[in-house]
Design a protein around this ligand. Sequence first.
Ligand SMILES: C[S@@+](CC[C@H](N)C(=O)[O-])C[C@H]1O[C@@H](n2cnc3c(N)ncnc32)[C@H](O)[C@@H]1O
Length: 243
Amino acid sequence: LNRWLNQDLQQTTDDGTVTLFHPDLEQSFHSIEGAKFEAHELYVKRSGFVEKVKSSPTRVLDVGLGLSYNASASIAAWLETEDPKSVWIDSLEIDSELVECYGKQEIPWTKGWASNWLTGIQSLQTSRLNEKGPALTCSLLHPLSKATLIWQVYLCDGSTLDFSHLGGAYDFVWQDPFSPDKNPELWSKEWFTKIKNVMNDDGVLVTYSVARLVKENLSSAGWTYQKMETPGRKRHWLKASPR
Ligand SMILES: C[S@@+](CC[C@H](N)C(=O)[O-])C[C@H]1O[C@@H](n2cnc3c(N)ncnc32)[C@H](O)[C@@H]1O
């Protein structure tokens, strides 16, 4: 049985949305403050994503698909924008059992999600054409603007991924692996250098972590960053620019 479908691992966060507890890492996928809250407030709103999609085609690198809150919040925001341009989202996920949850049965943690949040995951199709291709893809047409949204999920270790097989030049990075002590390979100077090379100059990375190591590694990879005050209990989030 797929362990992520196990009810016992579910936890309800303060905004009523459900996250999972990772038994091996002894860490939850989201802060208790709210899975949906963080996806929407930080990744979608504070990054500037909503303004960007109104003005130009936009590419997002979603690091750590997890329960797809960040990707689904992005898709919902795009659907709710009146006249958006096209959007392309590449999600990276190392956990094959988690990827298997999509494109199949009803996904337990999405119970109660609004329909715009579900549109993306309900349209995901299994698509392993070759070893380097995405494991899942989804293609949506915006009901008003007729712009397209392409979402691709790569089953891979992001730290060893060869980005030359992907479309490149991202406008946003949703940097959301587990904490630097649990997933050090995705918080290292090498990682931040690697993704800086596939960013547009005016691109934006946002993350929940303001850990000293994260700031130091961003700086030594040539990023500039600023702390952002949050509207919640955790005091700060981080926003970084590759210039
Ligand atoms: C905190 S969760 C992400 C939550 C997710 N962004 C969401 O919106 O629900 C971190 C995710 O990163 C994945 N991950 C960890 N190490 C990874 C790696 N080296 N490459 C790709 N994904 C990784 C984990 O399996 C986990 O699903």
